[in-house]
Design a binder for this molecule. Sequence first.
Ligand code: HEM
Length: 370
Amino acid sequence: MRRDAPVQYDEQRETWDVFRYEDVDRVLRDHETFSADRSGSSASLGDDAGGEMSVLKTMISTDPPEHERLRGFVNERFQPGALREYRPRLEELTDELVDGLETRDQFDFVESFAVPLPVTVIAELLGIPAERRDQFKEWSEALIARPEDPSDEAVQRMKRKRGAAQKEMGQYFARLLTERQGGDGDDLITLAATTDELSQQEKIGFCMILLLAGNITTTNLLTNAIWCFEEQGLTEAVRSGEVSRKKAIEEVLRYRSPIQEIQRIASEDVEVGGKHISAGEVVNVWVGAANRDPAVFDDPETFRPERRPNQHLAFGKGVHYCLGAPLARLEADIALDRLLARFDSLEADLSDLHPLNGHYGLQSLPCRVN
Ligand code: HEM
């Protein structure tokens, strides 16, 4: 598609698809022409709760200047410098999960590690009391659950479950936000509770979007890292430091990008790659295709952990550039460090892989440790 039909209209989905790095980059940067306000269409990330999220206005589906108001109050807290102070606590939380793996010589990496880690971390940052963590995990998982099969019945069941989880979680966040209004804690709920910039509904939306945008994506980064290292025979080299862990994580983000596509709506008539796109039309940019564009990356189909520069678009670009990118990188860095340090060997079984639906990741990844 990148070579033969880099910008193409799909009649069935009534969507433009954009594949080249240059064009994807341009669409994401130009927020004036390509709006993130997808209310009315089903979006790839922010609306992931099957449309129910659309009642909650969040940064991911708003354009400047409103976007700045919704993101501005928290931006600083997600910068690498601000996150550095959390490192020891994140190491502790990671170690607790690794302790649980140590008692077994075989486990499903996705279920036992990659799913619980991001939920635990975000619960910590939000300041969810320890005794509510299990309930919080259940809600978080229900929010991003997919139907067990494509039947109408399964889809309805999933929607009911999501709707119920979202409602209960919304009420729970609302209570915490009220309780912490005059608080001086340094958790994110207190930060939201004490800002004058946001309405109560917007504050609840902020808490929810962290879960919707941050959990499944980080789960998939962790899973895809173990998958890539096993496939490329790199696990030992990453453990020993012969291959830089940080650079290898960047290459996982490029090579197996958890988010493959991002949607925008053209807010005016515009030309992309010689094609005329009309105002109001949906434009789907394929991050996964851009990240393997030979015009930008040498030998793009090869996993090269030493790749430099590695200007992948896995976290998007422009004003909506992933708020959680430094956190996701930090979590992955700590997770791989602690896992590989704990076990003499970690082997993933790649013989029977089942992809997820809608995100680039795996349903399960059986691992054996020694
Ligand atoms: C490997 C993990 C992750 C990947 C691949 C990822 C990817 C992305 C992408 C591609 C976008 C841009 C969406 C768009 O332009 O419409 C985005 C936005 C966002 N991400 Fe992430 N993300 C990850 C982890 C996280 C984490 C851990 C959090 C928070 C705890 C987070 C929170 C957000 C938020 C709030 C936005 C919206 C930012 C805005 O609209 O200004 N993400 N992410």
